[in-house]
Design a protein around this ligand. Structure first.
Ligand code: GLN
Length: 331
């Protein structure tokens, strides 16, 4: 290590963990990308278990680089104005704000999504639901399933995403299956604005967005595929609804995210109960309902599906090996 490398800005800053005002540029020595990454990592290490990654993602976004390219720029000097902005983003991160809200971006599936505090930050675990949905659509196509509810007996499969938030699930499905017509709903107009923006950013056309509380406002929403009429019956309904119990200790770490998207009654299952109860009336025969849920809610959700008459009920695990989604087929 050269003498230069050891003289990082971190060495000149107090090391206590109490939040300090954003440092002024006079208080910070000029430094390279490497210096500032090291400084930021040391600032974040006590509050984030992904300190280095956070430091890299936040700096890459500020200097307009890909995170994977940062290494090539380690010796570049950073301008004073950028240093100030970086120090302020690191301060936000130290206070617990998620990286995605600071960068306003989150990768999901193959997409890059805009996010703000009107929407839940899409989680990798939700890709389990997307994978399942895509494989079901492929199976339905393979058996050339008739579409009994379509007046002409043909038409694309119709998919409904309830509580779409950033649009993550709906847009991931639409990106894989341009032939499928997707309707994505949310009760929050602010969330729908984000979802529409994400459709535009990712160049995905065939998704309609509408305001609805679960199935309540569905008859007023636009039809998927722009066919003019309201689609009454879907081939597949998917949802990542709120499922955390009110008062769950876990909520403290999710305080930046919208409560509306997180909690649902005393046991977290209110939204899921409503969706399972009403879904059969909105599914074609042989249509599927797939739901994301909490790591310990699999048995409860399977029981709800069974009570509502669903068949082929099963659950799928997330990347951490927890039951994360359950679903069933309408007879
Ligand atoms: N999976 C999120 C979490 O527990 C919650 C998402 C949700 O409630 N739908 O962090």
């Amino acid at each position: 290590m050269s003498a230069d490398e050891t003289a990082t800005p971190a060495a000149q800053l107090p090391s206590d963990a109490t939040p300090r005002p954003v440092p002024t540029v006079e208080g910070l020595a000029p430094g390279t990308v490497r210096d500032w990454l090291n400084w930021a990592e040391s600032e974040l290490v006590s509050t984030s278990d992904s300190a280095r990654a956070d430091a890299e993602v936040l700096l890459a976004r500020l200097i307009g680089s890909e995170r994977s390219q940062l290494r090539l720029r380690h010796e570049d000097a950073i301008e004073a104005a950028t240093v100030l902005r970086y120090a302020s983003t690191i301060e936000r991160r130290k206070l617990g704000e998620p990286v995605a809200y600071i960068t306003t971006r989150q990768g999901f599936w193959t997409l890059e999504l805009a996010v703000d505090t009107a929407v839940l930050i899409p989680r990798p675990d939700t890709e389990t639901l997307v994978e399942w949905a895509i494989s079901l659509l492929a199976e339905q196509a393979a058996v050339g399933r008739a579409m009994p509810a379509d007046p002409d007996g043909r038409g694309p499969p119709y998919v409904l995403d309830l509580g779409t938030g950033s649009g993550a699930i709906a847009l991931a499905i639409a990106s894989e299956r341009p032939d499928v017509s997707v309707l994505a709903t949310d009760v929050s107009e602010a969330a729908l604005d984000v979802a529409r923006e994400n459709a535009r950013l990712n160049g995905i056309g065939d998704v309609e967005f509408g305001c609805s509380s679960w199935f309540e406002g569905l008859s007023q929403t636009p039809s998927p595929g722009g066919r003019g009429e309201t689609i009454a019956l879907f081939d597949l309904i998917v949802s990542n609804p709120p499922y955390i119990a009110e008062g769950d200790a876990h909520l403290a770490s999710l305080r930046y995210e919208p409560r509306l998207a997180l909690t649902s009654g005393a046991d977290g299952l209110d939204a899921i109960r409503e969706i399972v109860r009403d879904a059969p009336a909105h599914l074609k025969a042989d249509g599927w309902l797939l739901l994301e849920h909490g790591y310990d809610q699999g048995p409860a959700v399977r029981a709800l599906l069974q009570a509502a008459g669903f068949l082929n009920i099963e659950s799928r695990n997330d990347f951490g090996g927890n039951e994360r989604c359950s679903g069933g087929r309408k007879p």
